[in-house]
Structures are given as C-alpha cells and as structure tokens.
Design a protein around this ligand. Structure first.
Ligand code: ATP
Ligand code: LTN
Length: 334
C-alpha cells in the first residue's frame, strides 16, 4: 500500500530476448492491472549480472526491454517503468534483508540450483543471494501484488517469509505481498522440449518464439514444434506438446480449451500448428510495430527513464529510511 493505493511491483531481467512465455505469463497481465494499482515495473539489470554479461550488450538489452514494456501496452504515465540500477535503495535494502535471511532458506531455491548447474564456472554469491535482492525490490514499494509466471512462486514465498520475520521483530514495516499468477499462459513450455519451460537462456532458438520474430520465423517454428504422433488435438498431460500449443492458442485468442478442441476436431496437427502460428503472428504484430516506432524516439524514452527513476527513488527511499531507523542506524543530520 502506497499513499492509500494498492501497489504492484514486477520485473524482468535484461538478459536474452523476450519470448511469448514472458509476454503471456507476465507482461500481458501487467497491462491489465494498471488502472487499479500504483504500478512499478522494473528492468532488473542488477539481477542480470549474476550471470556474466557483455557490458555494451547489457546496456542495449536493458533499453530494449524498457522500450518493450511500453510497446507491449504499459502506459509510462500510469506505470513507473525504470532501471533497478538507477535506484540505489534496492541494493541498500537488499543488504539489510540479507541479515534477516537464513542460508537454509536460500539453499532451497530451485532457480539457484538450476542456474548454478548451468553456470558451474561462475557460482557467485550474487546468484545465491538473488532472492534477497528480489525481496528488496518488492518490499521497497510496499507491494500488495506481484504478477509473475509460476516459476517465480518460490521467490515470492521467501519474500513473504523475510517480510513477516522483519515485521515480527519491528512491527508493521512491510506490506506482505501476494503473487498474481494468471490463469492462462503462466507456464509456456519450449516448442522443442515441451517438458522444459520456454526460457530466454535456452540455446535452442527453435524452442522459443521471440517477441521480435518475423512472421515466417514464427510459422516455421510452430511447424517444427515437437508433438506426439497420434494426430489428435486433445488437452492432456500425456500430450505435453499439444497441451502447450493449446495453451498458447488460448492465450493468444482468448479461446477456452474446450472451444479449441471443438474447432480442430477431425483436423490434423499441420492445420492446428499453422493456426497457432497465425494467432501468435497477429498477437505480436502491434507490439512489433510500436517497438519500431518507439525505438526511433530517443528523447521520449530518455524522458521516461529520467522521470520514472525520480518517482521510484522517492517511494523507495521512504521505505528505506523507515527500515534504517527500525534496525538502529543513526539518524542523518540535515
Ligand atoms: P532466463 O531463462 O534467463 O531465466 P526467463 O525466460 O525465465 O529467463 P525471466 O526474466 O526470468 O525469464 O522472467 C520474466 C517473467 O516472465 C517472470 O515473471 C517469469 O515468471 C515469466 N516467465 C518466464 N518464463 C516463462 C514461461 N515459460 N511461461 C510463463 N511465464 C514465464
Ligand atoms: N526473478 C525474476 C525477476 C525479478 C522480479 C523481481 C520479478 C527480479 N525482481 C521482483 C518480480 C518482482 C525472474 O527471474 N523472472
């Protein structure tokens, strides 16, 4: 709760290229929430360096991501869209919260286990304390709701545990946040390995549909999507490839599973894959057009970066000062 209005926080890493899983699982839901809440959407560039990055590339990706937030429909006048690294309170609160987080809790995080297996040459302390920085992101803005894909549920749970622990010692300092996981699209799977989630860091580019893929690429990737061989369009756990395509089609068109099964009864996988591809092409077209337009307007994007960082700093510092006082840091002399 911020100034009497419920608040929302979410973020994405500025690594890799966004795919339809990121859009359907997170970004699309964000756009639907902007009227009811005070919203903060962050490009979490500080989280990005838990994995080694090329500096020029990171800067470019961070700007593209921020632009994409707007292209996907977030109104920057209503939503505070900013870079995490422009608000130093994230790092400061993260340090404080790390002193209220147990190693046992961090040891249980599946994202840490997955990422340290993937980057065994660079298992750094930041990768380990990643969830504490994420907790700081959320708690700084007294967030009531955090819209994310289902893979982030565990990080939300640890955030709540840290906040409750802190409140238990010092009184009501933090709002306890709730995850908001959309009903459709919360977990889009890889087109090549439907047992794995679609992921920005997947080396196999055919497994993911990127938001900037052109129509031919999209259709080709769907045509090549891995499915089973029984040629029946039916939503079932033992048909993970088709289940995923039905989910994507439903998220792109608004059709229910039932409607989709009826629509394609008697038709083969080829027809269905083409229809899914076309629905995704139509879903992405307006985002791609807007992105191209916005990318040309340097001044506009710069002004958003500047103004929104000021707003985010204002609210973040308010919470940080309160926390610093609670833990016993000396008062500032003005
Ligand atoms: P990486 O592969 O680098 O970990 P990612 O693709 O998992 O990246 P994130 O930046 O970690 O993407 O996630 C951004 C948002 O998108 C989060 O809210 C996350 O829950 C959501 N998300 C990520 N992948 C999927 C997916 N396959 N389906 C639905 N939502 C997803
Ligand atoms: N860990 C998230 C990105 C992230 C985030 C956040 C999401 C960082 N801070 C705060 C929601 C709220 C991820 O990997 N998708």
């Amino acid at each position: 709760m911020l100034d009497g209005k419920k608040s929302i926080f979410s973020g994405m890493q500025a690594t890799g290229t966004l795919h339809i899983g990121n859009y359907l699982g997170a970004l699309k839901n964000w756009v639907e929430l902007e009227d009811e809440y005070e919203c903060f959407y962050c490009v979490v560039d500080m989280h990005s360096i838990t994995v080694r990055q090329d500096p020029a590339e990171l800067r470019k990706k961070a700007r593209a991501l921020l632009t994409l937030y707007i292209a996907a429909g977030l109104n920057p006048e209503k939503n505070c869209i900013y870079y995490q690294s422009h608000v130093s309170a994230h790092a400061e609160l993260s340090w404080i919260l790390s002193c209220y987080t147990y190693m046992g809790e961090l040891n249980r995080m599946t994202q840490f286990k997955d990422k340290s297996a993937k980057h065994s040459e660079n298992i750094n302390a930041g990768l380990y304390t990643y969830p504490v920085l994420m907790a700081a992101d959320i708690l700084l803005f007294q967030s009531d709701v955090v819209p994310v894909g289902s893979d982030q549920k565990q990080h939300l749970e640890i955030t709540r545990d840290i906040a409750e622990r802190f409140n238990g010692i010092y009184g009501d300092v933090f709002t306890i946040p709730e995850p908001y996981i959309g009903k459709v699209g919360a977990r889009i799977m890889s087109l090549q390995e439907p047992a794995k989630k679609m992921s920005k860091s997947d080396e196999n580019v055919n497994g993911s549909i990127y938001l900037m893929d052109d129509p031919d690429t999209i259709i080709r990737k769907f045509k090549r999507a891995v499915t089973d061989s029984d040629n029946e369009i039916r939503y079932s756990e033992d048909k993970p490839g088709i289940k995923n395509l039905i989910d994507i089609y439903g998220a792109a068109t608004g059709k229910s599973v039932n409607e989709t099964e009826k629509e394609f009864a008697g038709l083969g996988y080829g027809d269905f894959k083409l229809a899914v591809g076309e629905s995704v092409v139509s879903m992405l077209k307006p985002i791609q057009d807007r992105f191209a337009e916005l990318s040309k307007d340097k001044e506009y994007i710069d002004s958003i970066i500047k103004n929104n960082a000021e707003k985010a700093n204002y609210y973040a510092n308010k919470t940080l000062r309160k926390v610093q006082k609670k833990v016993g840091f000396p008062e500032r002399i003005r």
